[in-house]
Design a protein. Structure first.
Ligand code: CAA
Length: 257
């Protein structure tokens, strides 16, 4: 598949999607979001890939949805184009997705990062929802994802004020997993991704499904899902290999089957 607005490459078993509209700070237009999600789905089906990473460039992750593309929209034009449907497909990705963030991560870009499972950020990263300053509001899941992550009061503060917040504050609220020096973001993200790629892939995806379900299910329904996934793991060769390696006192070699 040819891409115009993203770069795509693999490092070992990690598939990387790099946002590539530097002239407009990687502003996300619809074509770019389509390209990102299409590529994530391809990696999700590719047995050679175990983990995915979305990154910007050294200066910026992305400055949000493309304002030029949006400004003449009407309610009916958006109803017909259904521009946010593609975002729903991100929630169906089964493998881990890591956001690797330098610089601004605003609006739709922050929503993209919040759709990822983990966020690794540089000390230079700035997260926020400036939509209120444009007379609108987040539309690609921001009000829901941020509120589930940090609770209503903090989410309202962030979304009402529209100011960018620094990486260390985002980390203290549990949005960001790790904060490192700006020049180490790519390296740290890749190190994290590679260590996840070494885990048993079926365990990793079953864990993702169960942990994500915890936000929406009752405790009992969540426990039932967890149990089913625990049982399902016993259908894999990797379960046999993992336990055999333990008793044989050697490192396991997981094949993802
Ligand atoms: N859409 C379109 N173009 C954008 C853009 C965006 N979101 N963000 C930046 N650009 C463009 C600028 O227009 C500018 O283009 P020109 O050189 O042709 O003038 C170029 O990128 C560089 O931007 P700046 O000159 O503004 O760079 P700066 O360093 O002075 O400021 C910034 C950086 C503070 C991030 C500023 O660019 C900014 O505020 N951008 C908009 C942020 C924003 O409001 N994002 C939310 C969008 S709405 C949304 O995301 C809705 C949703 O939930 C789906």
């Amino acid at each position: 598949m040819s891409h115009q607005l993203i770069k795509v490459y693999e490092e070992g078993q990690v598939g990387v999607v790099e946002l590539n509209r530097p002239n407009v700070l990687n502003a996300l237009n619809r074509q770019m979001v389509d390209e990102i999600v299409d590529q994530l789905e391809m990696y999700d089906r590719n047995p050679e890939i175990r983990v995915m990473m979305i990154k910007g460039n050294d200066k910026v992750f992305a400055a949000g949805a493309d304002i030029d593309e949006m400004m003449e929209e009407t309610p009916l034009s958006m109803e017909m184009a259904n521009p946010f449907a593609v975002w729903d497909r991100m929630t169906l990705i089964k493998k881990p997705v890591i956001a690797s963030v330098n610089g601004f991560c605003l609006g739709g870009a922050f929503e993209l990062a919040l759709h990822c499972d983990l966020i690794i950020a540089g000390e230079d990263a700035k997260f926020g929802f400036p939509e209120v300053k444009l007379g609108v509001m987040p539309g690609a899941g921001g009000t829901q994802l941020l509120t589930k992550a940090i609770g209503q009061r903090k989410a309202l503060e962030w979304i009402w004020l529209g100011e960018p917040f620094k990486a260390d504050e985002a980390q203290s609220l549990g949005i960001v997993n790790r904060v490192v020096a700006p020049e180490l973001v790519k390296e740290e993200s890749m190190r994290f991704a590679q260590s996840l790629a070494n885990q048993a892939p079926i365990s990793v995806r079953l864990i993702k499904e169960a942990v994500r379900a915890a936000e929406d299910l009752s405790l009992m329904d969540g426990m039932k899902l967890e149990r089913k996934n625990f049982y399902l793991a016993f259908d894999s060769e990797d379960q046999k290999e993992g336990m055999k390696a333990f008793v044989e006192k050697r490192p396991p070699h997981f094949k993802g089957v």
